[in-house]
Design a protein around this ligand. Sequence first.
Ligand code: SF4
Ligand code: FES
Length: 240
Amino acid sequence: MIQLTIDDRRVTVAEGRTLLEACREHGFPVPTLCYHPALKPYGGCRLCVVEVAQPPPPGDARPRPARLAAACTYPCEPGLVVRTNSEAVQRSRRLTAELLLAGAYQSPEMWALAKSLGVEQVRFQLPEADNCVVCGLCVRACQEIVGVSAISLIKRGMAKQVSPPFEIASAACLGCGTCVLICPTGVLRLEDVSGYRSAHAAGAAEAREYCQTCSELDLEPHFVAAPEALLAAAREGTGL
Ligand code: SF4
Ligand code: FES
């Protein structure tokens, strides 16, 4: 077991836990966006930052300087001193939320998250905002939970986006809807699926086509996608 201090309280956690897990286990709220307990930590959005200071060396009582770190990827170490809600932490989270909102200002989910952190207006707006904050949850869920890697993050910098290989509907996609369920901004929607066998046709709207397998077998409808009722039941069951 490891002992550390969170917001002036001494806590004990099992070896191998991250700071985020330690905080949640002991009731310290920390906001997240790109984190999901069913996926490997990613550390992409930086909304979960906390202040972390190493313990002073033996014989030296002076506190060590603290620095901001992503709680979802930071491993717990003995003697760490953590602040989850200092002024520096709040400032950093607000700026991060504003920057994320710049690319997703039409997403009610992102506005709710930003407002919960004290952001009231958006100072920056990307002209080509498509409501995707490139958190990678959909891509990682497809890879780590479904196991098919039907989508990935393509391009770099501001142009980075989610896409199936070669930006055409993926033959690997099962149409399970996991990516739709896990997307925090609601940008992946089932209505975008119409005519497709999957939700992974972003950027290829002019090239819609039916699922080949369904067409060959003459099945109706000519695409596979999770119906709303199934998604609703899945949401209820998983809490996503
Ligand atoms: S589509 Fe949604 S889940 Fe996927 S990267 Fe964009 S915001 Fe994240
Ligand atoms: S939740 Fe930790 S970096 Fe995104």
